[in-house]
Design a protein around this ligand. Structure first.
Ligand code: TRP
Length: 344
């Protein structure tokens, strides 16, 4: 056994998460992922964040757009406060161990498990015969992303919980079939309602980069004026704000704006309502707008700076890939040994 690799059931806590570079970062990505990642990084736990370009190509991606989206995602992470000195930040395709372990997991996962994945069913729809094989196998690659680092905690949105559960099944089957205790059973860390950001035009729909209306979302690249204008125009209802969270039930737009305020101010909905309860939206919106601009405009400015000349990003990613490989290589090597591959 390789000394560098942990093989007991006591795995050191290590966080891993991935985001697809599919373009169009919104306030939802910021609050639901990036800001959470930065907060986690600042607790001191080892954190590894990956831009999963190999996942992105499971559906068609224009090469120039994919490249740009990857740079933009990296710029978004850094502008949000992710510190490459504290976290490992890298691009999946620069660390071949993901795809290599992914192949082993393709041989561990069962067809039946994959066929049950709701995201596969939703994305492939009625046209499964025409979906890429990669789209079907994608959750096994996601398991490899996580387990090639022996990660123990995986912050994800609710929609990815099933894939983390599959990761646990793959780890358990591998450990069982080979009679080892090699891969940890990773825990999903699901985002709370507080960071689930809804559309500014319809509080029952998730804020989405693919909504045809740009006014429905705040983009991480929006400048101060655009942010202020979108908040001013956000849909509301005619009532004053309640003074307790209970009063937001059945008021999706009001709840969304208060949630956004609470998340940006890093406080609770109740604390916000204790201050603004009784106010009309005409009074609350300027307060929200001021906060949103003060938190988000510096991010878009920094993203624009980083995007102007991508050499800085290239350097960060090269270093991140090196750090990631230093962890992944011995784990892959040990996996190959366990499986019986000569030369490992
Ligand atoms: N599947 C995730 C998504 O679409 C992205 C992802 C890929 C991921 N690999 C991961 C998330 C590993 C967490 C851990 O959002």
């Amino acid at each position: 056994m390789n000394e560098a690799v942990q093989t007991s059931s006591e795995f050191a806590p290590r966080v891993f998460s991935g985001i697809q570079p599919s373009g169009g970062l919104t306030l939802g990505n910021y609050l639901g992922a990036m800001k959470r990642f930065v907060d986690t990084q600042n607790t001191g736990v080892q954190s590894i964040y990956c831009m999963v370009d190999q996942h992105a190509i499971t559906v068609w991606q224009d090469p120039d757009k994919l490249r740009r989206a990857t740079y933009e995602l990296c710029a978004g992470y850094i502008a949000s406060g992710l510190d490459p000195e504290k976290s490992i930040l890298f691009n999946q395709s620069q660390v071949p161990e993901h795809a290599q372990l992914g192949w082993v997991f393709n041989c561990v996962a069962r067809m039946g498990w994959m066929q049950r994945m709701t995201q596969w069913k939703d994305k492939a729809g009625k046209n499964q015969q025409n979906a890429s094989l990669g789209l079907f196998a994608y959750p096994a690659l996601m398991a490899a992303d996580i387990l090639v680092y022996h990660a123990t905690h995986v912050p994800v949105g609710e929609d990815q919980k099933q894939h983390v559960e599959l990761t646990r099944d793959i780890a358990a089957k591998f450990n069982h079939d080979y009679g080892v205790d090699f891969f940890p059973i990773a825990e999903p860390v699901i985002e709370g309602a507080a960071t689930r950001v809804m559309s500014l035009r319809d509080g029952t729909k998730k804020m989405s980069k693919s909504d045809p209306s740009d006014a429905s979302r705040i983009n991480m690249t929006d400048d101060a004026d655009t942010i202020a204008k979108k908040i001013r125009k956000a849909k509301t209802d005619p009532d004053a704000l309640p003074s307790e969270a209970k009063g937001l039930e059945d008021r999706p737009e009001a709840r969304n704006l208060v949630n956004i305020y609470a998340a940006l101010a890093e406080t609770s909905v109740d604390a916000v309502l204790a201050e603004v309860g009784g106010k009309q939206f005409s009074e609350f919106k300027p307060i929200l707008s001021e906060l949103a601009v003060s938190k988000l405009a510096p991010i878009s400015t920094e993203m624009a700076r980083l995007m102007e000349d991508t050499t800085e990003i290239d350097k960060i990613l090269a270093r991140g890939a090196e750090q990631a490989r230093a962890i992944a290589q011995p784990i892959l090597k040990e996996t190959y040994k366990i499986v019986g591959m000569v030369g490992a």
